[in-house]
Design a protein around this ligand. Sequence first.
Ligand SMILES: [Ca+2]
Ligand SMILES: [Ca+2]
Ligand SMILES: [Ca+2]
Ligand SMILES: [Ca+2]
Length: 376
Amino acid sequence: MQPAQVVLLLVLGTSFVPGPRAELVRHLEVSENAPAGTRVGMIDAESPPYLIVPVLGSAVEADLVVDQATGEIRTRVPLDRETRASYNLVALPPNGENVRVVVKVLDENDNAPVFPVDSVDVEFPENSPRDAKRALPPAKDPDLGQYTTQRYEIVSGNVGEVFRLAAHRGRDGVLYLDLQNSGSLDREARSNYDLAIEALDGGAPPLRSRLRVNVTIQDVNDNPPIFNQTRYSASVPENATVGTPVLAVNAQDLDAGDNGRIEYSINRRQSDREEMFRIDSETGMVFVNKPLDFESKDRHELVIVARDRGAQPLEASAFLSVRVTDVNDNQPAITVIFLSDDATPKISESAQPGVFVARISVSDPDSRTEYSNASV
Ligand SMILES: [Ca+2]
Ligand SMILES: [Ca+2]
Ligand SMILES: [Ca+2]
Ligand SMILES: [Ca+2]
């Protein structure tokens, strides 16, 4: 039909049918995707031929073939309900009646639910309460009713079944989706989940598509540092110079970042107020800090603290017993007491071998005083 003819028909349609009159409505149906040339039906009102007046914007001419001589309607191309769900035209038989024809395109399940993205990143703190949820982008399926999105499934990656899905239908017909925490999340046990989620429609079989959800479990400071020993012992000679390393303590903290970063210190309220020792806060190495003296103190009991750097820090303590070992650093005092009559160093000529001539005492702060006798 030429454009000039269409204009003419429209003019005829309005000028030959004055005033409102009863309009016959003919309903026809055809399934989407039917091959080109599929018979839709007959206009079948009064006897043909008909003058066909497409309703503006209805695309009748592009998609349908209307035989004006017989009134038969066929498809010109496979139709797509999701593009156009119905066609309207007006058929004018010679008697001047007015037949409105509505061709409804029936739905088929020819669209899978589709997520708007391939993957999303989601975060949960490890202390999240049960049922904490994160919205995921919903899949959309333009088909109708059962043929649109019906459900979601986690198909892989849900280690320990710590997640589940909750879906609800919105007023707009979209099936919205939340990822929920269904169990206890522990970053120290598992810090990441790579979930595969499928959206399914209600076709038989259902069409489906997949969304990858990368779940990161955020750290919470829920682990205190733990020393590898509750008690340490070391010994150091009393003449060790200031700065001599004594022993390195070690604690581990399972948390991440600052929550797991440890600072060592000596608890001065409970030990070593004289600051005879110091500790490297990073390495845990204990050093001699002041000259030691076996004679004044041969054992130092230190309380070592490991504290993490969490916003609310956690800490642990261990004991370090440092034994100071003796070094012969004092001159012995030697006293000789002569056993002569006037306590002067002399020996009688008649002295027989074995006669005691002097008593010698050796006194040393480094050890017990000892005595011995000197004889001829
Ligand atoms: Ca469809
Ligand atoms: Ca579908
Ligand atoms: Ca910690
Ligand atoms: Ca933690």
